[in-house]
Design a protein around this ligand. Structure first.
Ligand code: TRP
Ligand code: SF4
Length: 329
């Protein structure tokens, strides 16, 4: 039964994926085992804030797919496509824009906050497109009539918005076209950045899936440890140390021993970091291998996306037939 049920998710292609994103892709991989899964790069969404920085958009949208695939997403078990390749999204967006109350868009929590944050940085993103972000996202979702959408906590209001829109559409046109999609919210334990803050490109505290072994070594070397430790013999407080947190993710077997040795002052931070570097590099090695293969065979990627586009387009065309009939347009 479940195999016929669709799920869908997307990411904006705004740059390289880091170790934190890897955990999201892992949760996607889990879903491909149970559902007919669709994943796409939301390249039109990237334009809502970066309409004036498009130099790397085409590179980025290929790169994000390479990141997903090298992280282990299997194109035989899901459909991978680009939002902008499925023009039906634009048509559905126009049609739904007719029935979307402005007030619904204006009250989406991220709207005013993001607007202000960009304003502070001296950028005005008060465009029609940015206001319509949640509508375009609702359209992305509804197009595939999925039963669920895996999203992070920050995206929950957007899925709620989508559900309200479904109810309004059904009510206005007296029809039953879409299942109300639920949020598939898997509580992913978040990996902090190398400085213990949130992992984010803007803080320069990320380790990327595409980082080289030397870059990983550098990043781990710069990691924040227990400031109370000067000498190896100083008793440490692993609970405040980012390296220790990372050991829990990448070196689980040794973490208890490291904890004891750190507290006893019998392991130095250098040695501890060396262990972590090795573990992260071992974790990234198979990812690097898959990336190298994809990068040397660009047509492989083209074929994967083309086949994803074909599958996506078939569902999208079906949906559009139903929607046009319901509206009588
Ligand atoms: N807004 C999502 C994000 O920033 C990306 C996205 C666009 C999306 N359309 C979607 C996610 C549809 C899930 C479903 O992460
Ligand atoms: Fe952190 Fe390891 Fe140093 Fe302890 S020994 S403070 S866990 S880096």
């Amino acid at each position: 039964m479940a195999e016929n049920q669709r799920v869908l998710s997307g990411m904006r292609p705004t740059g390289r994926l880091h170790l934190g994103h890897h955990r999201v892709v892992e949760s996607w991989i889990e879903l491909t085992k149970k559902y007919d899964a669709y994943f796409f790069s939301a390249d039109w969404h990237a334009l809502t804030t970066k309409f004036d920085e498009t130099e790397s958009l085409r590179v980025n949208k290929r790169q994000i797919v390479i990141d997903w695939l090298s992280a282990g997403l299997d194109p035989e078990k899901c459909h991978i496509f680009h939002q902008s390749d499925i023009k039906e999204h634009a048509e559905l967006h126009v049609l739904f824009s007719m029935i979307t109350p402005l007030s619904w868009l204006e009250r989406v929590p991220t709207y005013k906050g993001q607007l202000a944050a960009f304003q502070e940085k001296g950028k005005d993103i008060a465009t029609y497109g940015f206001l319509g972000y949640p509508l375009l996202m609702a359209v992305d979702i509804l197009m595939y009539r999925p039963i669920g959408v895996p999203v992070g906590e920050d995206q929950l209001p957007h899925v709620e918005f989508c559900r309200e829109l479904v109810r309004r559409f059904h009510h206005l046109y007296d029809c039953e076209v879409f299942p109300e999609p639920s949020s598939i919210f898997s509580k992913i334990e978040t990996l902090p950045g190398t400085d213990n803050r949130k992992m984010s490109k803007s803080y320069d505290n990320c380790i990327y899936l595409s980082s080289t072994a030397a870059e990983v070594k550098d990043k781990v070397w710069q990691m924040v440890t227990d400031p109370a430790r000067i000498r190896k013999t100083d008793p440490g407080h692993p609970e405040v140390c980012a390296v220790y947190t990372y050991q829990g993710f990448f070196n689980k077997e040794e973490q208890p021993e490291i904890c004891a040795c750190c507290k006893a002052g019998t392991i130095g931070c250098g040695e501890c970091k060396k262990k972590l570097t090795e573990k992260i590099n071992a974790f990234l090695d198979p990812i690097r291998e898959r990336r190298a293969e994809l990068e040397t065979h660009p047509t492989m990627l083209d074929e994967i996306i083309e086949s994803g586009n074909t599958a996506a387009r078939a569902v999208a065309q079906e949906t559009m037939e139903m929607v046009r009939d319901a509206i009588r347009v």
